[in-house]
Design a protein around this ligand. Structure first.
Ligand code: PSU
Ligand code: MN
Length: 298
């Protein structure tokens, strides 16, 4: 089996150093080049500045790498024919020796499997707005329901139905924690109208909740929602019409399955004249930093 765990990750695991895992579908399918590369480097830097070790997970020519080097991240960001790999697709992508970015579902699963307890991303996948017609619900949710990590994200992606996504999270038993907020963040917007039941005010509190979860033998993720930094946010009322427009545009084309999310993110970047890109970069780095702060307190 072609899996490689990087030396720096093995060393950190052996010595009990704090680690934060990072995904790469945001690199290959969420952001255009060269912003994707910038985002990946900034995330790693933010983790390191908090005192933890960054572990970016992705696949190069069929080799699954737990802890990509800077060179390997660059290679993945620059490769054009990458695939977006969810957990259930890892075997086929490996068998075909493909290069690709791992989604939250794939990277979270791998992080846990290799001994990492904290994972940071931009926004998790969730229930799509038209799910009653498309049946489109991200595999991220099913995986987080049975993977006991701390996941730091700015809520779920704004293109989703946030209310349905929150309901799914509750049903699946994924606790939702607001970091210094009562409101479920809406990715590019620092708040949506939906209230989160649990507010925490420190990284310490997230670490304590994770310890309690583990001592109880509960096996689902804790989702720590960190709102996008205020100066980069696009207010929810401003964002909604843009999402509406992107949904409308997608409806006129045959875009289904795993292609929906990348298409919508691209449309939104255009419709917002790049504002969503700036927000995306800012929140990715902020989430990586908070992930590092939590990992240091576990
Ligand atoms: N957040 C982003 N950009 C992204 C994604 C999340 O800002 O590209 C990716 C994540 O990797 C997430 C995936 O796991 O989109 C979800 O895709 P889908 O809805 O097809 O499950
Ligand atoms: Mn989907």
């Amino acid at each position: 089996m072609n899996v490689r765990v990087a030396e720096k990750v093995l060393y950190a695991l052996r010595n009990g150093e704090p680690l934060v895992a990072l995904e790469t579908a945001v690199l290959t399918h969420g952001l255009p080049y060269p912003y994707n590369l910038q985002a990946a480097y900034e995330m790693e830097k933010a983790v390191e500045q908090s005192g933890a070790v960054a572990c970016t997970i992705g696949m190069l020519r069929g080799e699954l790498i737990i802890g990509l080097s800077g060179e390997e991240i660059k290679c993945l960001a620059e490769t054009e024919d990458t695939v977006k790999i969810s957990r259930h697709e890892l075997p086929c992508a490996m068998a075909k020796s493909l290069s690709g970015g791992t989604t939250v579902s794939a990277a979270a699963y791998l992080a846990y499997r290799y001994g990492i307890r904290v994972f940071a991303t931009g926004g998790i996948g969730g229930v799509h707005r038209d799910f009653h017609r498309s049946f489109d619900i991200s595999a991220d949710l099913a995986v987080l329901a049975k993977t006991p990590l701390i996941v730091v994200a700015s809520g779920a992606k704004a293109i989703l139905d946030l209310r349905f996504t929150l309901e799914y999270l509750e049903t699946a038993g994924i606790a939702v924690l607001g970091y210094n907020t009562e409101y479920f963040p809406a990715f590019y917007s620092s708040r949506s109208p939906y209230i989160i039941p649990w507010r925490i005010n420190s990284a310490e509190e997230a670490a304590r909740a994770a310890a309690a979860r583990d001592s109880l033998g509960l096996d689902s993720a804790l989702l720590v929602c960190n709102p996008v930094p205020e100066e980069y946010q696009i207010p929810y009322e401003e964002l909604l019409p843009l999402v509406d427009a992107a949904v409308e545009k997608a409806a006129g084309k045959v875009i289904i399955g795993k292609d929906v999310t990348p298409y919508m993110l691209k449309e939104l970047a255009e419709l917002s004249q790049g504002r969503t890109l700036k927000a995306n970069l800012a929140l990715l780095a902020a989430n990586a930093r908070l992930g590092g702060e939590i990992a240091c307190r576990l």
